[in-house]
Write a protein that binds this ligand. Structure first.
Ligand code: MN
Length: 380
């Protein structure tokens, strides 16, 4: 028995030795095809690493230049015409938090956009026009006290607006595009813009009206949050009276009171389902009729999209919304509006679907709005 074991072990050792020997044998470098392959692929000393990686790299929105002193430097040197600002804030939501990661999700999914090569289907490149665009990164917003966090955001906006623009011949005041953050972040943006431009009209894409009274619903909607910012904006006299909601479909607790308050805050409503009756062009013309040549702040809650297209929308997702294409087609039709500032909010990457479809949709909406800002300059 013992001798059989010894024999078996010897055979294994011999086989193992042979196999190791064959593995350690160097592969042939005499093969002419391999030689050619080596010289073609591995021995290029003149490969180019001076050009920026087109699809990767550190994340600013669309590879725009990052200005790290944006929130400190009041001098003209730091000026730009369109300024991207991240607002990592989500402690104003009634349901799902997570939109503090919205700026990160939107920026990382914007890496496909290359300012040098970014011509749209109409041959237009927003980045190669008159406007200098920069990304200022995220405003430091204290996560432990909403009042301080919102004041920090307002201060950052005020500093950017007061610094003035780069191309002063086109417009002396820069325009800020804010990446939210939950919808509360629109209020400090409006407060800042009011100091520079006075009252503005809100064009508000959302499934919810966001003018809920914090007085009537003190228990559920106390204070300033992502469902009351519109109410506060109106009562702080930041708004004109020709505001408009687009894409609304959420339930009302008390339709008579909710809609009465909404009307009092200066809003009209285009409900989500109307698009099937009046079409994209009907929605566009209703928006243009309502807004006219007012200075308009464009705010997009990503939950205006159906949850099929934006599963990573925070707050309370509502079925029956727009497709991404419908939203983009509506935005395409809005050139000519005097957009003085804009945001996209409620993107919560943690709830996003495979392929980051919510963030990608937000990127494209933001991208479209930057194009609108460039196509229609707004003076002071
Ligand atoms: Mn909202």
């Amino acid at each position: 028995m013992a001798s059989r074991v010894v024999a078996l072990v010897s055979i294994i050792v011999i086989l193992l030795d042979k196999s190791l020997a064959s593995n350690s044998r160097p592969f042939s470098i005499q093969d002419p095809q391999h030689e050619q392959y080596r010289s073609n692929v591995w021995e290029h000393e003149d490969v180019d690493i001076s050009t920026r990686s087109k699809y990767f790299g550190l994340t600013t929105f669309a590879h725009l230049p990052y200005n790290p002193t944006c929130f400190e430097d009041a001098s003209k040197d730091a000026a730009a015409d369109i300024v991207i600002v991240g607002a990592p804030f989500d402690t104003g939501v009634s349901a799902r938090p997570g939109a503090r990661y919205g700026p990160l999700g939107i920026r990382s999914n914007s890496q496909r956009i290359s300012p040098e090569f970014d011509y749209d289907e109409y041959g237009f490149n927003a980045f190669q026009s008159w406007a200098t665009m920069i990304d200022c990164g995220d405003v430091p917003m204290l996560p432990f006290d909403n009042r301080i966090a919102l004041a920090q955001l307002q201060k950052a906006h005020e500093l950017i607006l007061a610094r003035g623009s780069k191309n002063t011949t086109v417009s002396p005041i820069p325009r800020i595009f804010t990446l939210g953050g939950d919808h509360t972040i629109t209020l400090p943006a409006l407060r800042a813009i009011h100091k520079t431009r006075g009252p503005v009209t809100i064009l508000h894409f959302d499934s919810h009206i966001d003018t809920w009274s914090p007085v009537r619903k003190l228990s559920a909607y106390a204070g300033v949050n992502h469902g009351t910012w519109g109410w506060h904006a109106f009562h702080e006299k930041l708004l004109n009276t020709n505001n408009l909601h687009v894409g609304i479909r959420s339930p009302y607790d008390n339709p008579r009171e909710d809609l009465e308050t909404d009307k009092k805050c200066g809003f009209e409503i285009i409900n989500a389902k109307m698009i099937d009756r009046i079409g994209v062009t009907g929605v566009i013309s209703a928006i243009k009729t309502r807004i006219g040549d007012s200075k308009v702040y464009l705010s997009i809650d990503i939950d205006v999209l159906d949850p099929a297209f934006a599963p990573g929308a925070t707050g309370t997702p509502e079925s029956g919304g727009y497709s991404t294409r419908e939203l983009l087609a509506i935005l395409d039709g809005l050139d000519g509006l005097s957009i003085v500032g804009a945001d996209i909010v409620e993107v919560a990457p943690a709830y996003d679907g495979p392929g980051q479809i919510t963030s990608l949709a937000a990127v494209e909406a933001a991208h479209s709005i930057l194009g609108l800002m460039v196509k229609t300059p707004v003076g002071d």
